[in-house]
Design a protein. Structure first.
Length: 164
């Protein structure tokens, strides 16, 4: 996207995130898919959901001078899908984000799956070595490697030269 830093295009929302995904673009291009996505987002408790297609600025075409010396920047726009939504759980409340476990029709979360396992069949996972434990391990280069341990990819001058 080639935007003029002095005159960026008006983008609407102050806090927006742009996702570059061809798969999402192809999915949201069709109104039927946008309707399905909107119903899923409503089920998940999101509010003020808007899905659609709108113009998105791609590059600056020209700068015109308006009366009074004010510049007007003309951008080239392409049609792209957009999603707008709010995390507010109730209308009119503060913008506090309330993360909750969403009830699912199938068991897809680990907590629900773990609840179905009898206690005597639970597998106990031991944590791997910590970083400080790795630092005290002896540093052995792999066999057949004639490089020093300084990781600079410089050949070890004391090592025999490899056969060519």
């Amino acid at each position: 996207v080639d935007w003029d830093e002095e005159y960026p295009p008006q983008m609407g929302e102050e806090y927006s995130q742009i996702i570059y995904s061809t798969k999402l673009y192809r999915f949201f291009k069709y109104i039927e898919n946008r309707d399905v996505a909107k119903s899923v987002l409503k089920e998940r408790g999101l509010k003020k959901i808007r899905l659609g297609i709108e113009g998105y600025p791609t590059y600056k075409e020209k700068v015109k001078k308006r009366p009074g010396g004010r510049p007007e920047v003309i951008y080239n726009y392409v049609q792209r899908p957009f999603i707008r939504m709010s995390w507010e759980k109730e209308e009119g409340k503060s913008r506090h984000v309330d993360f909750q476990c969403v009830k699912s029709k199938s068991i897809t979360n680990l907590a629900a799956a773990a609840a179905d396992i009898p206690q005597d069949q639970l597998v106990v996972m031991h944590p791997g070595p910590q970083v400080d434990e790795l630092d005290i391990l002896p540093n052995h280069p792999p066999s057949g490697n004639h490089y020093s341990n300084n990781y600079s990819n410089e050949p070890d001058p004391d090592a025999p030269s490899p056969a060519v």
